[in-house]
Design a protein around this ligand. Structure first.
Ligand code: ASP
Length: 326
């Protein structure tokens, strides 16, 4: 046979359809709560195999997953690779440097070419907000958003919710503060969509310049979104706190205000005001001494930063299975 069925499928379709949209994972916004909960439940069941305590069921043996990462990444790229390999899939990795992106080839053209090699799914990271959706419209295979500009980072939201659920139990009614550069953070957007959908109360905290004015209207209940610029005013009332990095790469020409740590950093003194058992989250990379003090990041009783990373492998396994296991 000259062409595989996949190649014939590519030839038959226009390349602009959303034939696989049910298997794409592009955003938490619009994801039914039943699917969100199913993914979290599945990720929780996969956690022992994600961290290597149990062998995984290699349901993706023979499949090929391509990681197209046109923006830097440590945790997300490696954990997608670990997740795919645990499930028996093969993985190819492509970055902007070392690929024809450096010669001006677009993300969409790159994705189409990689798909034409017969890969089964594309994991895409890009600085273009909405870039993962653009790729999904151009290819037939499932596309997973691994972070697109300021838009969304949906697998990060899954892992954040899983880490919180493991620590707090149900998220319904939990008060979760998200602190820092909200304006530039796809993590904050995806986490807020997920937490509000699951019934949590999100408290957005940051300097006025880094909190978009309409953020409280980002999404509708059952949970709520409130905004404050005063971290000390809410620190004793919350059930969990997620610290964010100031995204200097998305705010050209600006720096971090000299008083940022004093006002919005999770210092040792502020950590002491948290109620007992309140976990500290951070998506990484951590800027120690800016948004979080060394001793807080490394506090084994409070910090769930490394637990988040472990949950990330499980969350990505669940998303890959959703995309490919049929
Ligand atoms: N790693 C997260 C992201 O890719 C958070 C960050 O970079 O600060 O959005």
């Amino acid at each position: 046979m000259l062409y595989s069925s996949r190649v014939r499928l590519i030839h038959r379709t226009s390349g602009t359809q959303l034939a696989n949209s049910a298997r794409d994972f592009l955003a938490i916004e619009g994801l039914p709560v039943s699917e969100l909960t199913q993914l979290l439940d599945h990720a929780q069941r996969l956690l022992p195999s994600a961290v290597g305590d149990e062998p995984a069921n290699e349901v993706l043996r023979g499949r090929v997953v391509a990681n197209i990462f046109f923006e830097d990444s440590t945790r997300t790229r490696v954990s997608f690779e670990v997740a795919a390999r645990r499930l028996g899939a093969d993985v190819v990795n492509l970055g902007a440097s070392g690929s024809s992106a450096s010669k001006g080839e677009t993300l969409v053209d790159t994705a189409r070419n990689i798909e034409a090699m017969g890969v089964d799914a594309l994991v895409v990271r890009t600085s273009i907000s909405g870039g993962a959706q653009l790729v999904a419209q151009a290819v037939d295979c499932p596309v997973i958003n691994a972070g697109d500009g300021r838009h969304e980072h949906p697998t990060q939201a899954l892992l954040d919710c899983l880490a919180l659920r493991l620590r707090l139990g149900a998220l319904q009614g939990a008060r979760v503060a998200i602190v820092g550069d909200i304006a530039n953070s796809r993590v904050a957007r995806s986490a807020t969509h997920a937490l509000v959908r699951l019934g949590a109360h999100v408290v957005i905290v940051g300097p006025p310049a880094l909190v978009p004015s309409g953020f409280a209207e980002l999404c509708k209940g059952p949970g709520t979104i409130t905004i404050t610029h005063d971290l000390d005013a809410i620190i004793q009332e919350i059930d969990a706190i997620m610290m964010l990095r100031v995204q200097l790469e998305r705010a050209a020409g600006t720096g971090i205000a000299p008083d940022y740590r004093a006002a919005y950093g999770l210092t040792v003194a502020r950590m002491a005001k948290l109620r007992s058992g309140v976990p500290v989250l951070h998506p990484g990379p951590v800027n120690r001494g800016v948004e979080i003090d060394d001793a807080v990041a490394d506090d084994t009783a409070r910090s769930v930063i490394l637990a988040q990373v472990s949950c990330g492998v499980a969350a990505r396994m669940a998303v890959l299975v959703r995309a490919l296991d049929r």
